[in-house]
Design a protein around this ligand. Structure first.
Ligand code: HEM
Length: 180
């Protein structure tokens, strides 16, 4: 993944637990990279190892770390660093979600080697939809739930998210029912 992902994780940990904890997490994860470059590619293993090390050191389940990271990604990384991209994708939560399928193609203009997830929306009603999440990566469902809650906070529209199909349990892909 692009370095901006690891960098965002670093920012989140430093903000909540300080520099010392981040250095310990990096050491435990076996990562000896001093500075992550936002627009350089890094092995996905680095990101997964950082999550696992954070989980151990902070005595927090990995899913909870990923959930928090999803919220942080929306509220800080995306809004502060890519505000205009976010604004262009919709002025309300339902509008933003309905345009999610095209979102990363615009991100790919900045990051050409991006290997983004793919999204589809179905069963769209006035207060809910089903979000289909396709990825070649594993284990990121809780990140997705955190992203949805981050969007809910960003649009000041409380959301509930319920996973109705899980790739980890043999489904073709993950499905989330998002209600607002
Ligand atoms: C301007 C805002 C955003 C930027 C710059 C961005 C960029 C990225 C980058 C760099 C990755 C790592 C993939 C790679 O490096 O190959 C990624 C992954 C991902 N993004 Fe975004 N993204 C943004 C907003 C969003 C939003 C709004 C959502 C959904 C609500 C989202 C969902 C995801 C997910 C689920 C992944 C995990 C990768 C996977 O499942 O394979 N992103 N994004």
């Amino acid at each position: 993944m692009y370095g901006m992902v690891n960098k965002a994780m670093e920012e989140m940990v430093i903000k909540t637990h300080g520099e010392g904890t981040w250095e310990k997490i990096k050491a435990k994860a076996g990562v000896d990279i001093e500075v992550f470059m936002s627009n350089e590619g890094y092995s996905d293993d680095i990101t997964y190892n950082l999550v696992a090390a954070a989980s151990e050191l902070l005595q927090t389940p990995p899913g909870k770390i990923l959930h928090g990271f999803g919220e942080h990604w929306i509220l800080y990384t995306a809004q502060e660093g890519y505000g205009s991209l976010m604004e262009a994708n919709g002025r309300t939560l339902p509008e933003f979600l309905s345009k999610l399928p095209d979102f990363h193609s615009r991100v790919a203009m900045i990051f050409p080697q991006l290997q983004p997830p793919r999204f589809e929306c179905s069963e769209i009603t006035e207060h809910s939809l089903n979000l289909h999440y396709f990825s070649h990566r594993q284990g990121l469902a809780e990140f997705l739930v955190g992203l949805m809650h981050g969007l809910g906070k960003m649009f000041k529209t409380p959301v509930t998210v319920r996973q109705t199909a899980a790739k980890a349990q043999g489904a073709d892909h993950d499905v989330f029912e998002v209600t607002w």
